[in-house]
Design a protein around this ligand. Structure first.
Ligand code: FAD
Length: 423
């Protein structure tokens, strides 16, 4: 018989809910700490934004709004890729049956999932974890509630599922940006296009959020200029829009609002919107340097999950991102954590895990992949397949095909990939 452990899960988003379910299935005692009053994490839309005088959210002590969703957001993955192995979003709807539903549909799906598998009742809401410290092969978890202040409790293991779409990464290396006196915002704080009415806006980035948001802003603004670091960007006006242009990287900005792109074109803008992604952030972790974040690499972590010196008692679920099957990937990670904690799967030795990590870093270097992409899996399935084989839950070929097809539509028509995929 496996020993039942007392496990703390930090965060009740997709990763935390999945992890709690798998731990419960293995008869562990589970407490999910959730700082907000709702489960769902990213998928809990919050119309509030962070304070106006700190719109780039660079102050670590600011009051944080967790979710970065904008009001009109639809999933960028179709329904078959947004479900779990035994709880699918394909065969149910919560009022928005579209192939790429709006964010409310995903939240209802997650709530349904948590109720179905008895996870909701193990969540401690309004409980923000402020310290996780390794003491004598246990972990002290300190958390704070508004009513009761700080408390602490000792756990056998901790799984970190706090999400990584809250701490903005901004393009702060643009020459002249420190003199820029006009509006600057990060997509973390973008909710609706109205503040950009009649303005000339430069949107930095080329991910799904940059494209969705710029298209939406174009409906009210005077002009939208998309700027991308990608070297293969063609300077062009964008299909179907008479007020939207694609540019190369910004060369320099000036105090009077002038922005010069590397293609030597220049415009006068009212606002810069950074759709430039997010940073990993674990303000509560005290590991004496055993886990560090360096240029958005969380490490050392075996298979993006286990710090060799503290594994398996400390683990991470949900760090990896992929152009594809995120929910299923997190499901596999959460299964692996729970099976390892039950000793049904054994991790390699500390030295072997460290060697595996070094090998991963070496391969990244050889392939010219920058450090900040350490946890990005792009459209590769090796890692997912490795996890699937470990826990005995293969990913159907059909889903991989959907991923590939979606990606082709995205490359061919980034501004209308949903419509192209559906047709
Ligand atoms: P989160 O959902 O961020 O949940 C983390 C939870 O931890 C939150 O509830 C938070 O309150 C809690 N928490 C944080 N710190 C603490 C603390 N100290 N104490 C207690 N609780 C804490 N994925 C897709 O699959 N399809 C999509 O279409 C898609 N679109 C996206 C669009 C946007 C704009 C963004 C930002 C992300 C999108 N994603 C999408 C990615 C999405 O974030 C993940 O799929 C997934 O929801 C992440 O879940 P998570 O549990 O890891 O993190």
């Amino acid at each position: 018989m496996t020993k039942s452990l007392n496990v703390a899960v930090i965060g009740a988003g997709t990763s935390g809910l999945l992890t709690a379910r798998e731990l419960l299935r293995e008869d562990h005692r589970v407490t999910v700490f959730e700082k907000s009053d709702r489960l769902g994490g990213t998928w809990v839309y919050n119309s509030g934004v962070e304070a106006n005088d700190n719109i780039l959210c660079l102050d670590p002590n600011r009051p944080v709004v967790h979710s970065s969703l904008y009001s009109s957001l639809r999933t960028n993955l179709p329904r078959p890729l947004m479900g779990f192995s035994d709880f699918s979003l394909e065969d149910k709807t919560y009022g928005d049956p579209r192939m790429f539903p709006g964010h409310k549909e995903v939240l209802k799906f997650l709530e349904d999932f948590a109720n179905e598998f008895g996870v909701t009742k193990v969540i401690r809401f309004n409980s923000e974890v402020v310290r996780v410290e390794n003491i004598d092969s246990k972990f002290v978890v300190e958390w704070r509630t508004l009513e009761a202040g700080s408390k602490e409790e000792v756990f056998d293991a901790v799984v970190v599922c706090n999400g990584h779409h809250t701490e903005p990464r901004v393009a702060d290396d643009i020459p002249g940006i420190e003199e820029w006196s006009r509006v600057q915002e990060h997509s973390h704080n973008y909710r609706v296009p109205e503040p950009y009415r009649d303005q000339v806006v430069v949107v930095i980035g080329n991910g799904p959020s940059a494209l969705d948001i710029s298209r939406e802003i174009a409906t009210v603004s005077k002009e939208v200029h998309l700027s991308s670091r990608s070297s293969n960007v063609k300077i062009s006006s964008l299909d179907g829009y008479n007020n939207m242009w694609q540019h190369s990287k910004i060369n320099r900005v000036f105090e009077d609002g002038t922005i010069v792109f590397q293609d030597n074109q220049s415009i006068k803008a009212d606002a810069i919107l950074h759709c430039t992604g997010y940073k990993f952030h674990f303000p509560f972790l005290r590991t004496n340097g055993m886990v560090q974040v360096d240029n958005n690499r969380v490490g050392p972590l075996y298979k993006h999950m286990f710090p060799p010196q503290l594994a398996p008692r400390l683990s991470f679920v949900g760090l990896t991102y992929q152009q594809g099957i995120l929910f299923r990937l997190y499901e596999l990670q959460s299964k692996l954590v729970s099976l390892v904690l039950s000793k049904k799967i054994l991790l390699p030795s500390e030295d072997e895990m460290l060697a595996d990590i070094s090998q991963h870093y070496r391969e990244m270097e050889e392939n010219g992949i920058p450090k900040h992409h350490t946890h990005s899996l792009r459209l590769q399935f090796e890692y997912v397949d490795w996890l699937a084989a470990k826990v005995g839950l293969p990913i159907e070929d059909r889903l991989k095909e959907i991923c590939r097809s979606l990606f082709q539509h995205w490359i061919a028509r980034p501004n209308g990939f949903r419509e192209a995929f559906e047709s």
